[in-house]
Design a protein around this ligand. Structure first.
Ligand SMILES: Nc1ncnc2c1ncn2[C@@H]1O[C@H](COP(=O)(O)OP(=O)(O)OP(=O)(O)O)[C@@H](O)[C@H]1O
Ligand SMILES: [Zn+2]
Ligand SMILES: [Zn+2]
Length: 803
């Protein structure tokens, strides 16, 4: 008998290893590594991944697995291996690593049900519960709980009348359609048609249809076109003239869209220079990492497209990652327009079913290119020829829950396996990547000017303190107001950007400054217009907005809303003639609305596009000649050592939306801290200066890329325990690492309490600590097995959020 090693879906320290199971004879031919199976585990039936098939096991008494969940492996050999690497490098449970690689639809859910035991009849049961089991029906556990039936069911189960079963339920079914096809040649079909009795008018009509259209056709369509009924088709199927089959159809999220076909553009000489080494790497199958540093509008996307072209010609596959927020229809169009049906798209706007379908196309090798957000890095290709990460500086490439991986690291790991290049593209590379390029770990490729030498937009920085002194209390500086007016007169378009990150919408008393906080978490409640309520984004706590201030009883309670609404109102007052499209979470919540709003703007249905982060990237509209940033500094003051870098990147990206085509562009940045270097340098769009300046700061304060970071966070309901345990960990780490490492803590996390759990942290900064992984594992071993006392420990290697 074969034996399968299985990683079971029980995420704990003790179960984070393969368990061996016998493969029953009936599944002997079927079970392969990379398949999901159902196995018995203690009294339960659970899901697991087969990682290996073998013939011997050290364990004597093995249990049999129950059944496979897949007909073919969902993880190939390389991905199984990658899962081990993920586990090692991010210190996550193996089961999380494998689950992260699959679309959500494959993360099965279990349902507990109560059924009649075999051979039992409902009459044996007490009358109160009989009705639930008529016709061998089963009763959902949840329903039993709700109806207070558990104890009565338990009694019957003890007598052996009832049993509990676990049903694994896939959330998404493959979408099926019925397809009808002729079972013989046209000539034979014609003979058969003439043999039909003369009163079989309808049947003849259907066969006649197939004489003209001999290809398989969807049943629905056949019924419409041949004006037939299902009964008629059924009769022909019974006569074995036609066949009717269920076929898998893909839900195509872009079904009703026509992609304008594009052909490769002749490259400029600057583009030709940067693509050459990439093509050479593809050609020679030599793994290399390129950092494509190209200013906004320099034609990076065309480099991606033509590199992919080469990969496809070689019969290989390409993965393109873009940040979720810039996975706009415009971006997708550029890939679909060039490679048509060879492109699969994966992003969070798709339903679980649609994502699953896109994933299936990749798994079946029906597409050659996948364009997607972070998790698309796990696309189940087996012949990868290039991996491209656009806007590589984006922090959304780092996943914040287990497995806490960075897509860039995964990309490089996979590319090593496939001996292919990785291209990291950005107009504002992350400090880490640019430093690596300086050290020649990555190969730097530079596009230093815009297409056809079009100038970068000119940027003006406006000091809002001056405005206030001059008596202007509005959120628009005089300069920005004049320019907006000017563009409306010239019939050109403007983009107004409001940085939302940093100040969310909170509720404050105007008299005493009291801000309403969550009672469970040390964080302000967020204002929600719907129902006039306040919500906590961490624990879900909800409440009505108070009529009077709980602190001073004043009635002047004010909502500091998302801001965009307020800007829109104010625009209406000062520029009533302006047509405004507002894009924020409120206006883009419905499916397709994002796309529609952009389309309207593109079609010139508005003068001003007003929005948050979601309009900062990827837009390439010819008529935009003005970009206004309403408040540049909201992000500068976050407790995050990357806040200057993020501010610089964001301002540069938004500015890049202006003047990309014939018309020259202008940018106005409003700020209260014009002297801050990241704002000043964003004004001159000088990445090189910014890089040097910021590197000095990082060196001074021992931050990346000079040092690596590890963040250990402990949480507990009791403040004293969390402090003392963090202290222990700090001491332990200190005793184990070299004196080059800097250990900070114990310190309260920037958000010191979430959901009534206190949070303390220890931050390790280090350059070279060969034993650090072992040390961290030891900490996890100790705390993840000792969960009894309620203490939780999480470790984030190379953290991006220090909260
Ligand atoms: N070789 C070329 N010949 C003519 N036009 C080109 C060429 N390459 C790119 N373009 C055009 O130049 C414009 C800017 O290019 P693209 O959007 O690719 O720049 P980008 O560097 O990706 O910009 P961003 O980082 O700001 O998104 C696009 O409209 C694109 O179609
Ligand atoms: Zn008050
Ligand atoms: Zn809360």
């Amino acid at each position: 008998m074969k034996i399968a090693s299985v990683i079971v879906d029980v995420p704990t320290k003790q179960t984070d290893r393969p368990f061996d199971y016998l493969v029953p004879d009936e599944w002997d031919e079927v079970i392969q590594p990379g398949m999901r199976v159902i196995v018995p585990f203690g009294p339960r039936k659970i899901q697991g991944f087969v990682t290996e098939i073998k013939t011997e096991s050290e364990v004597k008494q093995l249990r049999e697995m129950i059944e496979p969940m897949d007909l073919e492996p969902v993880l190939n050999k390389e991905l199984l291996h990658l899962g081990e690497w993920l586990t090692e490098t991010t210190l996550c449970f193996k089961i999380f690593a494998y689950q992260a690689m699959l679309p959500a639809a494959l993360k099965a859910k279990y349902e507990k049900k109560v059924k009649l035991a075999p051979g039992m009849k409902e009459e044996c049961l007490p009358e109160a519960i009989q009705s639930f089991f008529i016709n061998n029906n089963s009763l959902d556990w949840d329903k039993a709980l709700k109806n207070g039936l558990v104890s009565i069911l338990q009694r019957e189960a003890a007598k052996g009348f009832l049993e509990v079963v676990y049903v694994v339920k896939e959330r998404v079914k493959k979408k099926q359609m019925k397809v009808v096809s002729p079972l013989m040649s046209t000539a034979d079909l014609k003979i058969e048609m003439e043999r039909l009795p003369s009163n079989a008018e309808k049947q003849k009509q259907v066969l006649h249809f197939f004489l003209d259209h001999p290809n398989p056709i969807e049943l629905r369509q056949l019924l419409a076109e041949a004006n037939a009924s299902t009964a008629t088709v059924k009769a022909l199927v019974e006569k074995k003239l036609l066949s009717e089959e269920e076929m898998e159809v893909y839900r195509d999220p872009f079904e009703h869209r026509i992609f304008e076909h594009s052909t490769p553009l002749p490259l400029t000489s600057a583009q030709a220079d940067v693509i050459e080494p990439i093509l050479a790497s593809i050609e020679s199958e030599k793994h290399e990492v390129f950092l494509l540093y190209g200013v906004t509008g320099s034609g990076k996307t065309e480099i991606y497209l033509q590199s992919i072209q080469k990969v496809i010609e070689k019969g290989e596959e390409a993965i393109v990652l873009v940040p979720e927020i810039s996975l706009t229809p415009q971006m997708v169009n550029r890939f679909k327009g060039r490679f048509g049906d060879l492109v699969a798209v994966l992003h969070s706007g798709l339903s679980a079913g649609e994502k699953y379908d896109e994933w299936r196309k990749i798994q079946r090798k029906e597409v050659k290119v996948v364009v997607g957000a972070r998790s698309a890095i796990f696309a189940p290709f087996e012949n990868i020829g290039i991996i491209i990460i656009d806007e590589e500086h984006e922090t959304s490439y780092k996943q914040e829950d287990m497995p806490r991986y960075h897509a860039r690291d995964v990309a490089i790991e996979r590319a090593k396996t496939y001996h292919c290049p990785v291209v990291l593209g950005s107009a504002t590379p992350s400090l880490e990547s640019f430093a690596r390029a300086q050290k020649k770990v990555y190969q730097l490729l530079t596009l230093s000017s815009r297409m056809n030498e079009r100038p970068l937009p000119s940027v003006e920085i406006v000091d809002m303190r001056e405005e206030l002194r001059a008596g202007n209390r509005s959120m628009f500086s005089r300069k920005l107001f004049e320019m907006l007016k000017d563009r409306i007169e010239k019939k050109q378009q403007s983009v107004l950007f409001l940085n939302k990150r940093g100040h969310s919408s909170f509720v404050m008393c105007r008299d005493c400054g009291y801000v309403v906080n969550c009672p469970n978490c040390e964080i302000s409640l967020t204002y929600h217009r719907a129902g006039s309520r306040m919500k906590c984004h961490y624990c879900g706590y909800e409440d009505h907005i108070p009529k009077a201030c709980p602190e001073c009883s004043s009635e002047y309670i004010r909502y500091f809303g998302s801001g965009t609404q307020k800007v829109e109102e104010e625009l209406g007052k000062i520029l009533p003639e302006a047509r405004v499209i507002r894009m924020d979470v409120d206006t883009t919540g419905r499916k397709g609305s994002h796309e529609r709003l952009l389309k309207d703007f593109q079609d010139g249905k508005a003068d001003i596009l007003l929005g948050t982060q979601m309009i900062a990237k990827g837009l390439d509209f010819p008529n935009i000649t003005l970009v206004g940033v309403l408040s540049a500094d909201t992000m500068l003051h976050l407790p995050d050592f990357r806040s200057s870098e993020k501010t610089f990147q964001l301002l540069t990206q938004v500015s890049g939306r202006a003047g990309r085509h014939q018309l020259p562009g202008e940018v106005v940045i409003q700020t209260y801290t014009p002297e801050h270097y990241s704002i000043e340098l964003a004004g001159t769009q000088n990445y090189a200066f910014f890089y040097h300046r910021e590197m000095m700061m990082r060196k001074l304060h021992h931050y990346p890329p000079f040092y690596y970071l590890v963040l250990i966070t402990l949480t507990h309901e009791n403040l004293m325990s969390v402090v003392s345990e963090t202290e222990k960990i700090v001491n332990f780490v200190r005793s184990q690492v070299s004196n080059q490492a800097v250990i900070l803590g114990p310190a309260a996390s920037p958000i010191p309490r979430i959901n009534n759990r206190y949070r303390y942290q220890c931050l390790i900064k280090y350059k070279r600590e060969p034993h650090l992984t072992r040390i961290l594992k030891k900490i996890l071993d100790q705390y993840q097995t000792e969960t009894k006392n309620g203490l939780q420990v999480s470790i984030d290697i190379n953290p991006f959020i220090l909260m």
